[in-house]
Unconditional design. Sequence first.
Length: 192
Amino acid sequence: MSRTKEFDEAEVLDRALELFRARGFKHTSFADLTGELGVNRQSLYDTYGDKQTLFLMALKRYTERSVDRIRRKLDDSKPVREDLRELFDGMIDMNCEKGSPGCLMVNSMVEQAPHDPETRALAQAHARAMERLFADRLKAAQEKGEIAQDKDVVALAHFLLHTMLGLSVASRAFGRREDLRQSAQLALQALG
């Protein structure tokens, strides 16, 4: 007779996500996971597999939520520059909060993606999704006359993604909000 699970899988995955986000993959041991999550080793293995599999599941969950949140933000009816400024400002504020662990995807891109093909694949998929969101929003703005017709929205989408990634890293490393906001403003000038 099989035993019923004594924990909520989604809740445990969310808590693991936050642990990886705060400590990174390398600095989160399986013992940390069992201790912090309150789930015994065998139950974690049975439900999620090894630490790498749990990490990838958490990272995938995080990126799906992140893309969805940004999709909702960019679906706004405001002018595109205002939407993007609010997006960048919100990200800067979140990452500059005292004790903020930053963005799990960006942290994972730096820590894991250079050495782990599975993390790199998730990072690349996330980047493509973000670039599509930016390009679609920019194309709609171009059709409304908010952006000049001669602007390459795909190139601008790449640029905005790279700006967002750079701001995320710089906000954690330096935390100087006004400098970061100034950089975001300069990036928005590329829209014309």
